[in-house]
Design a protein around this ligand. Structure first.
Ligand SMILES: CC(C)(COP(=O)(O)OP(=O)(O)OC[C@H]1O[C@@H](n2cnc3c(N)ncnc32)[C@H](O)[C@@H]1OP(=O)(O)O)[C@@H](O)C(=O)NCCC(=O)NCCS
Length: 387
């Protein structure tokens, strides 16, 4: 067997894709050829979803129709909401979401239809309703009534509305829209790869999204934004960032390799498999976070993040990743710490759906090989003869 084993499939090309490019050395990210900076500056989340699914920017009439279709699909099936009411209140929001999406499949009329048309309809429904599910779980676990989606609002505005039941202001809506655009897609990240592996068996779209959600949850992937916020709160004030980071790095330098690999010993929000320089999304998120934090009167957290970032740059060559400054934004928007990864899911679902549809369009089973490191062939020993 000729297998060039690469731990973690580092740099291994595992698919062809026309959706997104990540240049880790130059720090560039493009969706369908468009630079992420231009997209976040000028395109709405709805426009970006259209771009990801239909490979080109929509004209005004197509965008208006697509936006109407998305916003009309926001209501979740009532039995799914009812079931969420029975979940134990302590469950993590991403677990609640994962279970709700799995249940959602049982009420989707296209659940077992893998045709391109059905996959598009399911993508519309799941993209629209993931936001509803995340917001609903927040309300349910706090013992508050679920806020019904409002089809007259944009995806970002409606999400904020459903989360809090209060009228969101223009700046918060713009920030949420930017966050959704910036997180919408990122090539073969772990959760997207999991989704593609699932559909390569000709499983269904919901199952692939459930696989992606389960993969996003981990602290090496989407779960890191919650760890960032916890760390910034632990640091507390900007002046404490330097001693905090130094002492953690110093402790890391004395650990075994296995201990260094443990997420709880790492500095969340730093390091990346592909980026060798700062993630291009981080600068945008940093600016948005600072603006929102100032306005919300939580500037200390933003400044603690800035100070932590400066020390990490001075002390290590680790690039800052997307999860670091996004945590500041979520905090300033009043989003509870354990909901941060679910907000990531709300933004990433169109990317997952784009890859799922691309995989179906040219599908072959994804079945790699393992380099065997176990015992040589040996004779079986019957139970009675074993010592
Ligand atoms: C993202 C991540 C999982 C990438 O992992 P990877 O490509 O497999 O990189 P490795 O785990 O091999 O790390 C390479 C080296 O950098 C160090 N490193 C990477 N990220 C680090 C971090 N956040 N804090 C401290 N050291 C880090 C590792 O200790 C390792 O050095 P070592 O071999 O001497 O121990 C990793 O950088 C990480 O755990 N980051 C923190 C979690 C996070 O922010 N995740 C969100 C990613 S968008």
């Amino acid at each position: 067997m000729s297998v060039g084993f690469k731990a973690g499939l580092e740099d291994v090309v595992a698919a062809t894709s026309a959706i997104c490019t990540v240049d880790g050395k130059a720090g560039q990210l493009r969706y369908r050829g468009y630079d992420i900076g231009d997209l976040v500056e000028s395109a709405s989340f709805e426009e970006v979803i259209y771009l990801l699914w239909f490979a080109d920017l929509p004209r005004a009439d197509a965008l208006a129709q697509f936006t109407r279709d998305l916003s009309a699909a926001r209501e979740v099936p009532p039995p799914v909401l009812a079931a969420m009411g029975t979940y134990p209140r302590h469950v993590h929001p991403l677990e609640a979401l994962r279970t709700a999406v799995s249940l959602h499949a049982m009420y989707d009329p296209d659940a077992h239809d893998n045709s391109p048309e059905a996959n598009l309809r399911k993508s519309v429904r799941l993209t629209a309703q993931t936001a509803t599910l995340v917001a609903a779980w927040r309300r349910i676990r706090e013992g508050k009534p679920v806020v019904a989606p409002d089809p007259a609002r944009s995806h970002a505005a409606n999400f904020l509305w459903m989360l809090s039941g209060a009228e969101p202001d223009a700046e918060s809506i713009e920030a949420m829209d930017d966050v959704l655009v910036l997180h919408a897609e990122h090539e073969l990240n772990a959760s997207t790869f999991a989704a593609r592996v699932a559909v390569a068996t000709v499983s269904d779209l919901h199952s692939a999204v459930v696989a992606a959600l389960g993969t996003l949850k981990g602290p090496r992937h989407g779960g890191a934004n919650e760890d960032v916020l916890a760390m910034l709160q632990e640091i507390g004030t900007p002046d404490r960032a330097e001693p905090y980071v130094r002492s953690r790095l110093e402790a890391l330098s004395r650990m075994s390799r296995a201990d260094r690999a443990d997420p709880k010993h790492r500095i969340p929000g730093f390091g990346h498999r592909v980026y060798k320089v700062d993630d291009p999304r981080a600068a945008r998120l940093r600016a948005i976070g600072r603006r929102l934090a100032e306005r919300a009167g939580v500037l200390d957290l933003a400044e603690t993040a800035e100070a932590t970032y400066r020390v990490m740059h001075a002390e290590t060559s680790l690039p800052v990743n997307v999860d670091f400054f996004s945590a500041v934004i979520y905090h300033a928007l009043g989003i509870p710490i354990d909901l941060c990864t679910s907000v990531f899911a709300v933004s990433r679902i169109p990317g997952w759906c784009a890859h799922i549809m691309e995989q179906y369009a040219d599908n072959r089973l994804i079945r790699p090989r393992a380099e065997y490191t176990g015992p040589e062939p040996r004779s079986f020993v019957r139970l009675a003869a074993r010592r």
